[in-house]
Ligand binder design. Structure first.
Ligand code: GRF
Length: 212
């Protein structure tokens, strides 16, 4: 299954996906394109080093969000992309964009949704005072971090954490969980039933999470 990764920033999750691909761990998924909306963001260099073509669609060149969405979908479709994987992509995508990709659009969020959606999730969690946070891989719908949850991983929040320390601890789990979840979707093992997402391979959620 041809995968397009969209990013806006440094791209460490993109790197984890590229590394998994290099080890043969995304198959039958294959990253065929990296799309960005910020021309000089770190993700572009990572794609170049990995030999994956990249393209930029700059949201600032479009008056209406729907026009940006259409241009982005066209670029991905032109490259045969079926599964879209958001990796720090800082734009909301509308229904029209999502309709182009019925096999799925996935995202990773640095908190245990539905807690702390939106930006600065790690800071939100720390400021709220939770003792456990983590990351969530979910399908994207037109809301802000509201789509059906595919997988989650938890990390402790420690008394001496600051934004940077909790961010780094969550990122370790993101880099492990996201490639595994993308592979499961590419394998066709992931099924949406209403709000619930079931992953073939085990009836026991703990085993299923381990295998992710
Ligand atoms: C990650 O924390 C991810 O959860 C969020 O955006 C950040 C992207 O980081 N959606 P990177 O660009 O992958 O390093």
């Amino acid at each position: 299954m041809k995968i397009g990764v969209l990013a806006s920033g440094g791209g460490t999750n993109l790197q984890a996906l590229l590394d998994a691909q290099a080890r043969g761990e995304l198959e039958p998924g294959r990253i065929v394109a990296v799309g960005v909306n910020v021309a000089d963001c770190g993700a572009v260099g990572r794609a170049r080093v990995a030999g994956v073509p990249s393209f930029c669609v700059d949201h600032k060149s479009f008056g209406a969000r729907t026009d940006f969405d259409r241009a982005l979908a066209q670029e991905l479709r032109a490259r045969g992309v079926e599964l879209v994987v958001l990796a720090g992509f800082m734009r909301l995508l509308g229904e029209d964009f999502l309709a182009h990709f019925p096999r799925g659009v996935m995202n990773i969020h640095p908190a245990l949704l539905p807690a702390f959606p939106g930006v600065h999730a790690q800071h939100q969690a720390l400021a709220y005072g939770v003792k456990v946070s983590g990351c969530t891989v979910h399908f994207v719908d037109a809301g802000m971090d509201t789509g059906p949850i595919i997988a989650q991983a938890a990390v402790p929040v420690l008394d001496d954490d600051d934004d940077e320390r909790i961010r780094a601890r969550i990122l370790v789990e993101e880099h492990r969980l996201y490639p595994a979840a993308v592979r499961a979707v590419a394998q066709g093992r992931v099924h949406i039933q209403g709000r619930r997402v079931l992953i073939e391979g085990s009836a026991r959620p703990d085993e299923r999470l381990r295998s992710l």
